[in-house]
Design a protein around this ligand. Structure first.
Ligand code: NAD
Ligand code: NA
Length: 396
């Protein structure tokens, strides 16, 4: 079929298999072009099909030569209906990994469930014995807690008071004011239940009890802090509470893994265009200003540049892993550079529908958004007929 983007608000209803494949190949080539530390031999990546999780899988495999098990929740294709992007990304990754002689298998299903955790443990036991790295990179608007059966839905709201600020519709370029009411206590608790550390803790409990964590195993989850302009809706809002919980969970898991010389850490990553971040108010305006500044400075990074740097310069140096005062690994250092943030603070009040095309990088935002779904990728002929019925070679 010939596939064109069909955009509805914050999502694109279609995806392009060849564009997704090319994105993965580009990430693999980037990793191969760098100096990569060895260290990871067998990695489990939870949330392995898009964003930071996909880049973590690629860096483990093509940087360290690791065997990888990926867990994700993606929609398979049907005739005339393309799969979700993570499906095609995973198909491309596993094809490339197998060609390179690397073990790569995956499980498609709800990572929050006990069933998928058990399936993953069975696969690790049968094929790898143990894993030495566990990446936890889920982003989801809801979670069913397997112990209670309750389904929690997250919200993106401020806490304590309502909040008004500017945002941009990145499709139309229209800058407008939005107001968001403060979250209720129940909404805060539900957001923490979805995006906090409880499920990460459940995974580690089960993996450890099953004996599939190697001596010295490392587990990493991803967090975000960001600037003062987004603070009320992000770090001091409901999602920030969930990130506080995730960061506290890292400390708890580290205690729990002491007897096997293991460790849990949170890495604070930079703001990037993903499906999740596009839906957060104010963030798209911030990202479009940030991209312009960082590109001009030569410090702009995508998911793969962030994760390759995280592995090479933070996690796998062979020395002590550097952290901030709260024990977090930081690869948001270039974003949070005071000079970069001073420019954001100066540009923020000036940004309007008329000025933003000059002040910010709306074009780069839109390209990155389309790229998530395999569109607007250089070198792809979008007039060409493509097979949407792609299979994932390592799918269990
Ligand atoms: P993403 O949407 O690109 O990836 C989410 C992954 O989770 C996908 O592989 C998806 O299949 C999987 N997933 C979602 N629900 C699932 C379920 N129920 N079962 C199994 N798999 C499921 O998101 P991302 O932006 O890469 O986010 C990953 C982490 O990084 C999140 O914790 C996020 O908060 C954090 N982070 C994101 C940014 C950013 O700017 N995007 C910045 C810093 C940190
Ligand atoms: Na991810």
């Amino acid at each position: 079929m010939i596939i064109e983007p069909r955009i509805r608000g914050f999502i694109c209803l279609t995806t392009h298999p060849k564009g997704c494949e090319q994105n993965v190949i580009n990430q693999i080539n980037y990793v191969k072009s760098k100096n990569n530390p060895s260290g990871t031999k067998k990695a489990l990546i939870i949330g392995a099909s898009t964003g930071f999780g996909l880049s973590s899988r690629i860096t483990s495999a093509f940087g360290s030569g690791a065997a990888t098990v990926g867990v994700y929740f993606e929609k398979p294709p049907a005739p005339g209906k393309p799969a979700s992007a993570g499906w095609y990304n995973t198909a491309a990754f596993e094809t490339q990994a197998h060609e390179a002689g690397l073990y790569a298998k995956s499980i498609n299903g709800d990572a929050f469930s006990d069933e998928i955790k058990q399936k993953t443990i069975d696969l690790i036991k049968a094929d790898l014995g143990q894993v030495d790295l566990v990446i936890y990179s889920l982003a989801s608007p809801r979670r069913t807690n397997p112990k209670t059966g309750i389904t929690h839905t997250s919200v993106l709201k401020p806490i304590g008071e309502s909040f008004t600020n500017k945002t941009v519709d990145f499709h139309t370029g229209v800058v407008s004011e939005i107001s968001i009411n403060q979250a209720t206590d129940e909404e805060i608790a539900n957001t923490v239940a979805v995006m906090g550390g409880e499920d990460w803790q459940f995974w580690i409990n089960d993996l450890k009890a099953a004996g599939v964590l190697a001596d010295g195993a490392l587990t990493i989850a991803y967090s975000y802090i960001g600037p003062s302009v987004t603070e009320k809706v992000y770090r001091k809002g409901t999602i920030g509470r969930a990130k506080d919980h995730l960061e506290a969970t890292a400390k708890q898991i580290s205690e729990q893994l002491k007897d096997i010389n293991g460790k849990a850490l949170v890495s604070v990553n930079k703001a990037l265009v993903t499906q999740a971040s596009s839906a957060i108010p104010v963030i798209p305006l911030y990202i479009s200003l940030l991209y312009k500044i960082m590109k001009a400075e030569g410090t702009q990074e995508g998911c793969i540049e962030q994760i390759q740097r995280l592995f090479e310069q933070r996690l796998l140096t062979g020395g002590t892993i550097p952290t901030d005062a709260e024990g977090r690994v930081r690869v948001d250092d270039w974003e949070m550079n005071p000079e970069v943030q001073a420019q954001i603070a100066k540009l923020w009040p000036q940004a309007t529908t008329e000025t933003l095309p000059d002040l910010g990088d709306l074009k780069g935002y839109r390209t990155d958004f389309l790229n998530l779904f395999g569109f607007d990728v250089p070198g792809i002929n979008y007039q060409e007929d493509v097979n949407e019925m792609v299979e994932i070679p390592g799918l269990v």
